[in-house]
Write a protein that binds this ligand. Structure first.
Ligand SMILES: Nc1ncnc2c1ncn2[C@@H]1O[C@H](COP(=O)(O)OP(=O)(O)OP(=O)(O)O)[C@@H](O)[C@H]1O
Length: 247
C-alpha cells in the first residue's frame, strides 16, 4: 500500500528524519510514537507531500504509494492528498456550514448533483460517528460545534473523499477524554476500510487502538512491529525505556 525506503527529510541542512525504511499494509492502524522532536510529524506529513508547503523542506529516498513514487514529477499532488488524507491536531473546520465543510472537496472536484452531495454528507458524517448529533443542523457553522464534534466533522470531510490512507497528527490531543473515546471508537470501525497512520503522544492510546506501532527517536526509526510486541517485548533498549517512561 505505502512503502518508504531510506527516506530522509531535511529542513535546510538539518536532517529531521534519517534514512527511514518501512511498509504500511492495507487497513488497520499504525501508531507513530517517540519523544518530542524525534521527527514523527515530519515523517507523517511527508507521506502525502504536505511538507512541500514548508520552505526549506526536502525529501530524499523513495516513498511509493500503490507502487508509484509519490515525489515523481508526474504526480497530481491534489489527487494524492485525496487518496492520502490528513487530519490535523487542532480541529480546523472551514468557516462554513457543517454541510459545506463535508462537501468541500467534492465540489472542488466539480460534483454538483445535490443527491450525490447529500448522500456523501450523510455517509461521511455517519462514518465519523457524528450524524445523529448534527443531522438537524447541517446548515449551522461547523466552528460553532464543540472541539470534539469539530474534529469529527473534519474527519468526515476527509472521509468524503474516500481516501485509502488517513494520516492523523495527534488527532485527539486537543480534546477531552470523552471526545477522545468517541474518536477512538470511530477509528476502530473505519480502520476496517482505511489505512490509518497516527502520531500520538498518548502511549495508552497507541496500545489501546493500534495494530502496529513504530517507535522513533532522534529522527531514526528504532523499532516497528505489532503493537503488542512493541509494548510487551520490545527488542531495543531505547524502546523499552520510552515505554517505561524513562526518556
Ligand atoms: N518547519 C521547520 N523548519 C525547521 N525545522 C523544523 C521544522 N519543523 C520541524 N522542525 C524540526 O524537525 C525536528 C522534528 O520535528 P517534528 O515536529 O517532526 O517532531 P515530532 O516528533 O513530531 O515532535 P512533537 O512530538 O513535539 O510534535 C525538530 O527538531 C524540529 O525542531
Amino acid at each position: 500500500m505505502l512503502t518508504v525506503d531510506k527516506m530522509s527529510v531535511f529542513y535546510d541542512d538539518f536532517e529531521a528524519v534519517k534514512q527511514v525504511s518501512m511498509s504500511f499494509e492495507e487497513k488497520g492502524i499504525t501508531a507513530l510514537i517517540g519523544p518530542s522532536g524525534c521527527g514523527k510529524s515530519t515523517f507523517l506529513k511527508s507521506l502525502n507531500r504536505m511538507n512541500d508547503l514548508v520552505p526549506g523542506a526536502r525529501v530524499t529516498g523513495a516513498i511509493e504509494y500503490q507502487g508509484k513514487d509519490i515525489y515523481d514529477e508526474a504526480v497530481d499532488v491534489t489527487q494524492l492528498r485525496q487518496d492520502i488524507g490528513l487530519v490535523f491536531q487542532q480541529p480546523n473546520p472551514f468557516p462554513f456550514s457543517i454541510y459545506e465543510n463535508v462537501v468541500y472537496g467534492l465540489k472542488a472536484n466539480g460534483i454538483k448533483d445535490k443527491a450525490i452531495l447529500d448522500e456523501a454528507v450523510e455517509t461521511s458524517l455517519r462514518k465519523a460517528a457524528i450524524w445523529d448529533e448534527v443531522k438537524d443542523k447541517l446548515n449551522s457553522r461547523a466552528d460553532s460545534l464543540s472541539g470534539g464534534q469539530q474534529q469529527r466533522v473534519c474527519i468526515a470531510r476527509v472521509l468524503a473523499m474516500n481516501p485509502k490512507v488517513i494520516l492523523m497528527d495527534e488527532p485527539t490531543s486537543a480534546l477531552d477524554p470523552i471526545s477522545t473515546k468517541e474518536i477512538e471508537e470511530m477509528l476502530d470501525t473505519i480502520k476496517r476500510e482505511h489505512t490509518i497512520i497516527m502520531v500520538t503522544h498518548n502511549l495508552q492510546q497507541a496500545s489501546r487502538i493500534s495494530d502496529k506501532t513504530a517507535f522513533f527517536s532522534k529522527g531514526h526509526l528504532i523499532e516497528f512491529g505489532p503493537t503488542k510486541d512493541i509494548f510487551l517485548t520490545p527488542q531495543e533498549k531505547a524502546t523499552e525505556n520510552y515505554i517505561a517512561g524513562k526518556l
